[in-house]
Write a new protein. Structure first.
Length: 141
């Protein structure tokens, strides 16, 4: 009897641990993902309300929200168990650590060895990526 209770408790602990592990965790979010040269590319599109709204539409249409979540908090439906987890764009420290050119670079080229694949081909007009960058900037908390 005692052994059976122990087994059930052990099972509960194992389950709790595995569901914690299933939550996507970001890895070193402040570490640069793009080459230093990407910092030099300036964003030519002013962050107007129109630009931000267009960026949000593209973010949903392309399916960035599947991983990054509808609110950009890194917890979209496809993020479960993802290692490393998708970026939480509301993180002010991460926002401060990145230049717009680095965001564009990673959106287009991806982040090696992660689920963040290259998305350049998803844009009909490459310049539209700046609207997405402006939208991501608007999510800073
Ligand atoms: C299949 C899941 C997935 C999709 C779809 C996806 N991402 Fe990501 N994204 C990730 C993951 C995972 C990371 C974290 C990569 C890492 O830690 O290096 C990430 C990281 C990022 C980063 C942060 C890079 C940095 O400098 O820290 C940006 C910006 C980004 N994604 C933008 C986008 C945009 C915009 C789209 C849509 C065009 C998109 N992502 C689509 C999974 C995804």
């Amino acid at each position: 009897m005692k052994l059976k209770h122990f087994a059930i408790a052990a099972l509960a602990v194992t389950f709790a641990m595995s569901s914690a592990a299933a939550m996507a965790a970001e890895k070193d979010p402040l570490k640069p993902r793009a080459p230093a040269s990407a910092k030099g590319e300036k964003n030519p599109v002013p962050a107007s309300a129109d630009s931000i709204a267009t960026g949000e539409e593209l973010f949903q249409e392309i399916g960035c929200n599947g991983c990054h979540g509808d609110a950009g908090t890194g917890d979209g439906p496809a993020s479960a168990g993802m290692e490393p987890g998708p970026r939480n764009f509301t993180n002010a420290a991460w926002q401060g650590a990145r230049a717009d050119g680095e965001l564009k670079h990673t959106i287009f080229a991806g982040s090696d060895g992660t689920a963040m694949i290259a998305n350049e081909a998803m844009f009909d007009e490459p310049e539209d990526v700046w609207h997405v960058v402006n939208y991501l900037r608007s999510l800073k908390k």
